[in-house]
Design a protein around this ligand. Structure first.
Ligand code: 5RP
Length: 237
């Protein structure tokens, strides 16, 4: 455990430590992106050293790749291991139905591919990420777009009720360019009653590579709090 964390960082780390308990020897593990997922990558690195675990990681971003290498996690690819045992990732918003908005780190395209290849998807978060409806609190939905298509996608998104803004870089002039060479349209839809339906409408737009909607993909969410870690599981139908 890292000492002297502020309460939010501590909550993220607690959730990460719970999630990492699901990893067993021989597992292929999807490595999520963002500050919460980073705690899970560090904890996995520590388990590898302490327990001599033989696991391999599939990073969802360049950030996750660099951290995994630093933590001593052997890296593999989806081509070598098409089936992932468990993926541990963060989220920007989580509903009681375990639907998510992801992508404030611009990594949602690879995150969704890794999640779709994973037998078990675990999301880790602090309490601030819990909402009733996606889009609450003015949360935008990140949409990854081919640069060639930005103006077309902006118009089509407006036609389905969204207000898109091209995400600008920090520390570099101009738009954010994702690990896949694309742009991000942070899109305000207001509170979203039916994310599955809206996701389909947005993904139908030519030039849209991926959206930050993660609907029906998550199995378990661990929410770190100032006290215990809350576990929310998908209700089986
Ligand atoms: C990146 C993501 C992240 O998982 C999400 O933005 C949460 O990040 P953090 O844990 O730093 O709040 O989806 O694309």
């Amino acid at each position: 455990m890292t000492a002297n964390l502020d309460p939010i960082q501590e909550a993220k780390q607690k959730a990460a430590l719970e999630a990492v308990k699901h990893v067993k020897d021989g597992f292929i593990v999807g490595l999520g992106s963002g500050s919460t997922a980073a705690f899970a990558i560090e904890a996995l690195g520590e388990r590898i050293k302490r327990e001599n675990l033989r696991i391999m990681g599939i990073p969802t971003s360049y950030q996750a790749f660099l951290l995994a290498v630093k933590c001593g996690i052997p890296i593999t690819t989806l081509d070598e291991h098409p089936e992932i045992n468990v993926t541990i990732d963060g989220a920007d918003q989580v509903t009681p139905e375990l639907n998510l908005i992801k992508g404030m780190g611009a990594a949602m395209a690879r995150e969704k591919i890794v999640a779709a290849a994973s037998k078990l998807n675990i999301i880790i978060a602090d309490e601030q990420k819990k909402v009733k409806l996606l889009g609450e609190n003015n949360q935008v939905v990140p949409i990854e777009v081919l640069p060639f298509a930005i103006s077309l996608v902006e118009r089509k998104i407006a036609a389905v009720g969204g207000k898109p803004t091209v995400r600008e870089g920090k520390g570099k002039l101009g738009p954010v360019i994702t690990d896949n060479g694309n742009a991000i349209l942070d899109t305000y839809f207001g509170e979203i009653q039916n994310p599955a339906e809206l996701e389909v409408k947005v993904k139908m737009i030519p030039g849209v590579v991926e959206t930050g909607f993660f609907v029906g993909l998550t199995d378990i969410v661990y929410v770190g709090t100032s006290g215990a870690v809350e576990k929310i599981e998908k209700l089986r139908k």
